[in-house]
Design a protein around this ligand. Structure first.
Ligand code: HEM
Ligand code: HEM
Length: 182
């Protein structure tokens, strides 16, 4: 029988941690301290560019994920915990797509140019509606981070529970520098 995998592939690890860092940066970039200040245009431009990068990376990650199915969670975990963990992962993907998409659609509806890190014009989506539609899309865009924070709290608490209560290797397989338990 094939040896069960005991860590995620380097591609999965890189995408997980790169996206996690970018998401945190992304939220700080758009904090009120930046967007209410004199350089608001710079920070919002940076936010749009990083958000679209997260969108592309998430699509790559989903493609990789479909081609390389996840490792099973420990079979001795209660079923509700495995379902909760997987539901959190699925909703992460939904939010990581919906957040940049609503931002991109709102900019498109309002006809606001996006220049990716000042390098090139990012195409706008063919959606009309003007400022009103943009405002509705931004209402969704401002609500979704709340779901993201709930997911992140559940996710980190779950990881800590595995590490310190179950004392299994779930955190090790996403953080291989943490020593593997026998
Ligand atoms: C914004 C930050 C984060 C996001 C969006 C995120 C998202 C995800 C997603 C979507 C998965 C499922 C991977 C898959 O099977 O397709 C995953 C797995 C995992 N994440 Fe995160 N994560 C974040 C931060 C963290 C942090 C801070 C930790 C550690 C404290 C962590 C620990 C893990 C572990 C251990 C797994 C593997 C679970 C398993 O083996 O099934 N993540 N993460
Ligand atoms: C994963 C990607 C993204 C995340 C996590 C994210 C998150 C956020 C957060 C937390 C806010 C602040 C909400 C508030 O003030 O209540 C925000 C605002 C905003 N986002 Fe995003 N966003 C993402 C992608 C994008 C993209 C791709 C665009 C446009 C192309 C965009 C455009 C905006 C704009 C215009 C604002 C309002 C800024 C202001 O005037 O204060 N976002 N976003």
């Amino acid at each position: 029988m094939a040896e069960p995998r005991n860590r995620y592939s380097t591609v999965s690890l890189t995408l997980h941690w790169l996206i996690a860092v970018l998401v945190v940066v992304q939220i700080f970039v758009v904090s009120d301290a930046n967007t209410d200040g004199p350089n608001a245009g710079f920070w919002i431009g940076l936010h749009k560019s990083t958000g679209l990068s997260i969108l592309v990376l998430t699509l790559v990650r989903l493609g990789w994920r479909i081609a390389n199915p996840a490792i099973a969670l420990p079979a001795d975990q209660p079923k509700w915990q495995r379902v909760l963990a997987r539901a959190t992962h699925v909703l992460f993907y939904v939010v990581l797509l919906a957040l940049p998409l609503t931002g991109w659609l709102a900019s498109s509806a309002a006809g606001r140019d996006i220049v990716w890190y000042g390098l090139f014009q990012w195409p706008l989506l063919p959606i009309g509606g003007g400022r009103e539609t943009a405002g509705q899309l931004m209402d969704i865009h401002r609500a979704l981070p709340k779901l993201l924070y709930v997911l992140l709290a559940l996710h980190v608490l779950g990881a800590l529970k595995h590490q310190f209560i179950n004392r299994d290797n779930v955190l090790h397989r996403m953080m291989p520098f943490i020593p593997r338990r026998p």
